[in-house]
Design a protein around this ligand. Sequence first.
Ligand code: ADP
Ligand code: MG
Length: 692
Amino acid sequence: MNPLDYEIQYLKGVGDFRAKLLSKLGINYISDLLEHFPRDYINRQAEVNISDLIVGENCAIIGTITSIENRALGRRNSQFNVLISDGNDFLLCTWFRYADWLTKKLEEGKKVWVSGIVNEFHGQFQLIHPEIEVLEDSTETNDFWHSRSVLPLYSLTDKINMNLMRKIIYNAFEKYHQYIKETLPEYILQQYQFEPRNISLQKIHFSANPQEVPKHKMRFAFEELFYTQLMLARTKTNHHKKQNGILFTLHKTYTTKLHKSLPFSMTNAQKKVIREIVEDMTNNSQMNRLLQGDVGSGKTIVTLFALLLAVENGHQAILMAPTELLAEQHYISIKNMLKNQPELKIGLLKGGNYKGKKLLKEQIAEGEIDIIIGTHALIQKDVNFKKIGLVAIDEQHRFGVEQRSILAANHHPDLLYLSATPIPRSLAMTVYGDLDVSVLDELPPGRKPIKTVWRSDNKRPEVYAEIRHQVIAGRQIYIVCPLIEESEKIDLLAAETLYENISNNIFPKYRSAILHGKMKTAEKDEIMNKFKNGEIDILVSTTVIEVGIDVANATVMIIEHAERFGLSQLHQLRGRVGRGSEKSYCYLIAHQPISAEGRERLAIMVQTNDGFAIAEKDLEIRGPGDFFGTAQSGMPGFKHANLVRDQELLRQARTIAFEIINKDFNLELPENVTLKENYFKNYHWREKLFEY
Ligand code: ADP
Ligand code: MG
């Protein structure tokens, strides 16, 4: 065993207790410690004078504490002021919220490093909530760090202070640096001019020149992206190698009849994607394709085309949706699109017990049903199929990997995954990097963009006045209230109060209804169906309204507390309208105070209807950490790579990884010996998460 794989508790200065604390930072092994990179650096020699500071700019100053004032301004309101001098001038540091550790570690006369954005207060430079470091805390004079001019700043956790962290990391290096192994092959190091791994690690922690650090950090970002892509390249190749797909032939019976019966012509994007699907299905490797397209981009026809191609080859085709409502909607619209082909048998399989279900299951098992549409009911044990050729999964991210793979594992059909949530390319290349991706990046012609505005909540009466003529003209309205997770009660109250106001005071003559998560499924379905059938004019709802619900007559979407929603969610909600020929409107009602980020989101929504542009922005603002899909994807989290910043690096890493795997699937070539060792040790096990 390589000593870098030792648990940290055995390291000098750590032990059991501290090991638990460090674990909170994701540090469990010596190798984690070495990769716990500084978030910043202090330069003790930097000569910045307080008199040179500029208001509004970032600064880092070294000075001596001349006075400390801990002012309590009432129970919950206190203020901690620390005055720092560089010998000539003074800088005031102020905290309004602070923990004991801060007041404890600061004393008059101590030398400190502070950093933050410069403010001015009564003619004096001030930093509010600056970063602060005491510089002379070190107890041992033979401490490595004692004489260093540049000090790393690490992320910490409770009870592990900066000096301790520095000491632990230094100890780890001192004892184990000779075990640091190179993980990238020579040809990649050369291509990118990367330094050896051990040198880069040392520079990142102990460099006297922090400016050179980004160059060294880049190799770690590359390493993560590259190994992930190696894994994806292998899983993708595995799909093709292990499993022979079905060799469909484009007989053009049902497919062409569908094509001819359409009252419109396909968009270029639809044609392109259909070509890609036909290409996949008519060769003998298994199709594994993700079809991404914004709401309204016309995924259904494309999917139906694939279903029919399977059926005209004598196979059954399946379309699985995450909810009954969506399944029903697909069933109705597909039945409608195939009404000139009555020889095709279409079935809808739902959950629970109902009349006719048993018979339907028998017919499915006998192969009498060609196109089977349904919910999770399709993957229950007692449902058998005769001969599945194609499985399409709508809103695929709402199914777990295991659920998705049940049908695939038993029948090895071609697979088409659908997603109405546009995700940025860099994320798609990572989360769905083992799939082929088709994108419907064009809306059918004549679609009027949804006019979006944002208004302060005190302008709500004007919004109601503006939409009145829509209601009078017989159009339907959605009003969405947010879900605040901490307090479902308050949410409900907010939605209910709003609903009462709408139904009693604002639009008493019209039919309104409320929909929320606390209702029974049957109750919710009933209301949704009524809304679909035009029996409800105004629907006040929490965010439970279905993605993908298609009510062409709904032309207005009002979103309350819009400042609280993420961009992608706002876009999803807005997509409920603009589905018919009438012009549609989206009102984003924002409640003060609105954060700068909230304002940015609202402005983006007003500017664009393009789901992919919005997704890119969303990733940029939120970061990939909590972005949709990453958590349950089976992907390793990235410690060093950043999917916004490193998009170009990712593209390169992917290209190189796929080239390598195409040439040397098992990494057996001599030049790949480093790769082989590291890959099979650290990444190979994840491949099974991508088996289907
Ligand atoms: P998605 O599932 O991608 O949200 P749908 O497949 O439901 O979108 O299509 C939305 C609407 O657009 C449907 O009413 C469909 O009939 C219509 N549609 C699809 N393709 C075209 C096209 N090429 N031209 C005109 N209308 C189209
Ligand atoms: Mg194929």
